[in-house]
Write a protein that binds this ligand. Structure first.
Ligand SMILES: Cc1ncc(C[n+]2csc(CCOP(=O)(O)OP(=O)(O)O)c2C)c(N)n1
Length: 435
């Protein structure tokens, strides 16, 4: 009885295999290029080959993705065929790197003095930011994490605008609602930053899909750290971008740490670039301290995503020289010597300076006057922004929805009466239209 059932099952399977074979043959050689007697794997999905060798694939049996560079640490160009960038352009890159570094130093110190509530520097990542920003078009859409002030700066977002946001004063377009550094600017095509890590990645893919449909010749670039790449949203974004064929550049800043977590606790494989090919994403790993290499890698990626309507993943290898934020003391988990050594051996700013000097495009006196000018401007901006009034307090009830619902109107009126009654208990003189 049991045997009979088994035989029935086997016959059934045989019949089905026969049917599948007949179906495959009837598709014809033109579409699948299969002859019935050729023994090839028939599974859907990526094409592979049979093997009779029983073997586990060890991650080290793959060649690690190499790190593309243009200059060595002394600023010497390694490949004589390397196309040269214009003097003014490279000089602008360098000047913006210094400006960013100067603003970071002053705002970091001003947080230590309690003048702003929070800050994050980009120390060590200046080349990564400016090199990539220089290679994309100003109307390409940027989704950032939080350590990408340099990208916005390159696009002309001023020191005043940065500092107004950090003070949350009434000149901040975000109306003082978010923490410092959560910049955004519609006119600079820079989507407003938010704190939850990696949420911007699938959103960037959605925007890229819309750009593809609009055929507007623009692409999207999204920045994130190697720590953020461990979030589920990164997987969703990589997979959607690949399967929906979206013109998006995933730009990972691999700076070695996610707060106190070093990369060896973050991932076990070939970094973030190692993920790319497995998602079907064209990938490059680049020396993030080499502004010219980052520029080239991003430029080529931009051309590719637009020509092919497919994503690219760039992993820029760099090092976070600063603390994670003003809420962090990184000496609790890495030595001061480690940081000093990295800074002295591999400074992205010094490397570009050496390149410029070798070209005869930069010298000590230019360096001194630019540093002095930027320092003065940042300090002036800071002193000014500090005195500007905070936005009207009613702004905290607006823009929750496009139209304010009645229950929110009620809460706002309640607050109004409350402030009128207790105005001596609130710093009303620091706000626009206090009552
Ligand atoms: C979803 C989520 N989880 C945790 C945090 C807390 N957090 C803020 S920054 C950070 C580390 C991110 O590191 P990485 O992505 O490598 O960027 P880096 O700070 O090094 O530039 C963490 C865990 C957060 N903001 N959002």
């Amino acid at each position: 009885m049991v045997l009979g059932k088994c035989r029935g099952l086997v016959n059934n399977i045989r019949a089905r295999i026969g049917m599948i074979r007949r179906q495959i043959c009837s598709v014809g050689t033109s579409s699948v290029n299969l002859k019935p007697n050729v023994d090839m794997p028939l599974f859907p999905g990526p094409q592979s080959q049979w093997t009779e060798r029983l073997e586990l694939i060890h991650p080290l049996s793959y060649n690690r993705i190499p790190i593309y560079r243009v200059m060595d640490r002394e600023g010497c160009v390694l490949n004589p065929d390397e196309p040269q960038l214009e003097k003014d352009f490279v000089e602008k890159m360098y000047r913006t790197m210094i400006l960013l570094n100067t603003m970071d130093t002053i705002l970091y110190e001003s947080q230590r003095q309690g003048r702003i509530s929070f800050y994050m520097t980009s120390f060590g990542e200046e080349a990564t930011l400016i090199g990539s920003a220089g290679a994309i078009a100003s109307n390409d859409l940027v989704y950032a994490q939080y350590r990408e002030t340099g990208v916005l700066m390159w696009r002309g977002f001023s020191v005043d605008q940065c500092i107004n946001q950090c003070f949350g004063n009434c000149e901040d377009k975000g109306k003082g609602r978010q923490m410092p550094l959560h910049y955004g600017s519609k006119s600079h095509n820079f989507v407003t930053i938010s704190s939850p890590l990696t949420t911007q990645l699938p959103q960037a893919v959605g925007s890229a899909y819309a750009y593809k449909l609009a055929k507007n010749g623009q692409c999207v670039i999204t920045y994130f750290g190697e720590g953020a790449a461990s979030e589920g949203d990164a997987h969703a974004a990589f997979n959607f971008a690949s399967t929906l064929k979206c013109p998006v550049i995933f730009f990972c800043r691999n700076n070695g740490y996610a707060i106190s977590t070093p990369t060896h606790e973050q991932y076990g494989g070939d970094g973030i670039a190692g993920h790319g090919p497995s998602y079907g994403i064209t990938t490059i790993r680049v020396d993030g301290n080499d502004a010219l290499a980052v520029y080239n890698a991003t430029k080529v990626s931009r051309e590719y995503v637009l020509a092919e309507n497919r994503p690219v993943l760039i992993e820029a290898m760099t090092y976070r020289l600063g603390h994670h934020s003003t809420s962090d003391d990184s000496t609790a988990y890495r030595s001061v010597d480690e940081v000093k050594q990295r800074d002295s051996l591999d400074s992205p700013i010094l490397r570009l300076r050496r390149y410029l000097e070798m070209k005869g495009w930069w010298n000590d006196s230019k360096e001194c006057s630019w540093k002095e000018e930027t320092r003065k401007n940042v300090l002036k901006s800071l002193a000014r922004a500090e005195k500007v009034l905070k936005p009207e307090w009613k702004e905290m009830f607006r823009d929750v929805y496009y139209d304010m619902p009645s229950q929110l109107v009620k809460q706002m009126k309640f607050m109004e009466a409350h402030i009128e009654q207790y105005r001596d208990k609130y710093p009303v003189d620091k706000y626009m239209n206090p009552v």
